[in-house]
Design a protein around this ligand. Structure first.
Ligand SMILES: [Zn+2]
Length: 82
């Protein structure tokens, strides 16, 4: 049972990549790939820039992606060496 329903305030008004103010929040199914395997996160909230296709993930979205990723399913001690 999860009880951490606290909302984190995260909003951006312009794209960090191209500076466009057209960037907007999206809530929907998100899919990513890890080592050739596709995994999806349902009802994920993130920001998408229609101008340059940049995607920005709030901290809680990052957490959900990590929780759903096969990379984090096996070992939590994995660090990115890049
Ligand atoms: Zn952009």
């Amino acid at each position: 049972m999860k009880t951490n329903l606290q909302k984190e305030t995260f909003s951006i008004s312009s794209c960090p990549s191209c500076g466009s103010s057209a960037i907007r929040k999206i809530r929907g199914k998100w899919s990513g790939t890890y080592r050739g395997k596709t995994f999806t996160v349902n009802a994920l909230e993130y920001f998408d820039c229609p101008n340059c296709r940049e995607k920005v993930y709030p901290p809680h979205a990052m957490r959900r992606i990590q929780e759903s990723s096969p990379a984090y399913g096996k070992s939590r001690a994995v660090r990115r060496a890049s």
